[in-house]
Ligand binder design. Structure first.
Ligand code: ADP
Length: 498
């Protein structure tokens, strides 16, 4: 008897203080009995629940819907429900996430066939598990986001196992090397990666990876079609929680454009030094001659002055190009008659042989908003090019149109047309780039490849456009459009960075 009491008391203690909630509910959900743990977790008083509230009344709205539509029918049907995730609303606290296991007790014993008597449920606190699931979900979303970036990246991105076996090969790598992931995954990194890394590069790479440092090399990539590509390659070691090498990632970037720009810059520097030196040596030659002769020589002095002018133009072009590249190009616009500007520019072109420049203008003035000095410079650039690249005796025409047909009715245009060698179609998209010169014509005349670049930047700063139409062997027409002067006055504009 004493033992029986002790057992009862122990069981009751176990029931009340168990590390999980125990609840007994009537078939309609009304609380019949709850243990202390459940009350402590939820903050309800026993007297608030027993015979007064139903389990579903304590649930959040989605939980209540789930209770009605899934939990209760399933319980009636199969007699039990396991691992149901619910949230219990608590007074003055956040809802408690729980996992519930329920068994239906019937009059005839356990089972679903007889009339239900009550439902016994065990309630587990799922706060930790929910947090873990949220963490897992966040990690998965992060991984998915990263995967989207890797898949969409223009760079080749790949990863290898610590044993240097390629494990992933993104679409960027497929495009860059023309080799599908199916062909590359599973192969050894050192032999499969189609880059011309030398043995010592791989040795240095191994060394750095062992020391946990990333490696960068600029080298040549080889496309499946045999084409070579300038690439920059990085290898980064990744480590696991115990400090062991867990993976190697590699990003390979196509640097052909950068290399081309570097080459262009090198060529430009060589050309600029030459261009600046040749007038200097002419000046020096004439000055030395006068020194030796001990007298003034008119022809020599004229040459010196014209060479100094030429040097001045070169230096101011260099300055303008650098201002344009950093967006510091200022223009002062005013109302100008484009016909007058065109005639003046044509008159200043020096052509020792060949017919004078033909200028075709409408009878009425064409008033535009432009910077007079800069516009003259642009027209001089276009006319000098026509004079430089077209045969000396071929005609050059300047044409002013009151309304530009290719832009809109708010612009007028002036074009310079020559019967020169024309420009190859593949060079047209880069014609207005800094330092760009067409290979075939570059050797026929001196230049720095800056005139058209500067012209475009100046015209853009004035709110206009510049374009070219050209046919190889027939000639070229450069057309400048400028905003029509809608109101008299002047304005200052600043060019955007090129
Ligand atoms: P530069 O004349 O100093 O080389 P530009 O920027 O004025 O520089 O011109 C860039 C290149 O465009 C020239 O080197 C030349 O190859 C080509 N080009 C410009 N104008 C003409 C033209 N009227 N006819 C043929 N080619 C031209």
């Amino acid at each position: 008897m004493v033992n029986d009491d002790l057992l009862k008391e122990s069981l009751l203690e176990l029931y009340e203080g168990a590390p999980c909630g125990y609840i007994f509910t009537a078939p309609d959900g009304t609380f019949l009995r709850v243990n202390q743990t459940f009350l402590a977790w939820t903050g309800y008083k026993r007297t608030d629940l027993i015979s007064k509230r139903r389990l579903q009344d304590l649930l959040t709205v989605p939980g209540r819907l789930f209770y009605e539509n899934q939990y209760a029918p399933l319980l009636r049907m199969q007699g039990f429900v396991n691992e149901v995730a619910l949230d219990i609303v608590r007074p003055e606290r956040d809802p408690l996430p729980v996992l519930v296991n329920s068994v239906q007790h019937t009059r005839g014993g356990h089972g679903a066939t007889d009339e239900p008597r009550f439902i016994a449920s065990i309630v587990f606190d799922a706060t930790g598990r929910r947090a873990y699931e949220r963490e897992l979900l966040r990690a998965r979303q992060d991984a998915e986001r990263l995967a989207v970036i890797v898949a969409a990246s223009n760079d080749a991105i790949l990863s290898a196992s610590p044993e240097r076996v390629v494990e992933t090969w993104n679409p960027g790598a497929e495009r860059l090397f023309g080799r599908p992931a199916s062909e590359m995954v599973g192969r050894a990194l050192g032999t499969a990666l189609p880059v011309a890394a030398r043995a010592q590069d791989w040795a240095a790479l191994e060394d750095s990876l062992q020391r946990g440092q990333p490696v960068y090399i600029d080298t040549i990539g080889i496309h499946a079609n045999g084409e070579t590509i300038d690439v920059s390659v990085s290898f980064t070691p990744h480590f696991g929680p115990l400090g062991e090498l867990s993976a190697i990632s590699s990003i390979i970037r196509d640097i052909r454009q950068r290399r081309a720009a570097e080459r262009l810059e090198q060529e430009f520097l060589a050309m600029a030094s030459h261009e600046l030196r040749s007038p200097l040596s002419t000046i020096k030659g004439h000055a030395q001659l006068m020194q030796r002769q001990g007298r003034y020589n008119e022809r020599g002095a004229q040459t010196i002055v014209s060479q100094v002018d030429h040097l001045n133009r070169l230096v101011s072009d260099l300055l303008l190009a650098s201002q344009a590249a950093s967006g510091r190009l200022d223009t002062q616009t005013e109302v100008l008659d484009l016909c007058v500007e065109a005639r003046q520019a044509a008159a200043t072109l020096v052509r020792p042989t060949g017919p004078p420049v033909d200028v075709l203008t409408p009878d009425q003035p064409v008033l535009v908003q432009a910077d007079s000095l800069r516009l003259r410079q642009v027209l001089a650039n276009l006319l000098t090019n026509a004079g430089k690249y077209a045969p000396a005796d071929s005609p050059i025409t300047v044409r002013v149109a009151p309304v530009s047909s290719d832009v809109d009715t708010r612009h007028a245009s002036v074009s310079v047309e020559d019967r020169g060698p024309g420009i190859p179609p593949d060079a047209l998209p880069r014609l207005f780039d800094r330092f760009f010169r067409v290979g075939a014509t570059a050797h026929t005349a001196q230049g720095l490849g800056l005139g058209l670049y500067i012209s475009l930047q100046l015209i853009k700063a004035m709110g206009g456009t510049i374009s070219v139409q050209s046919e190889e062997g027939r000639g070229s027409t450069f057309t400048v459009t400028l905003p029509l002067a809608t109101a008299a006055g002047s304005a200052t504009t600043s060019g955007a960075p090129a």
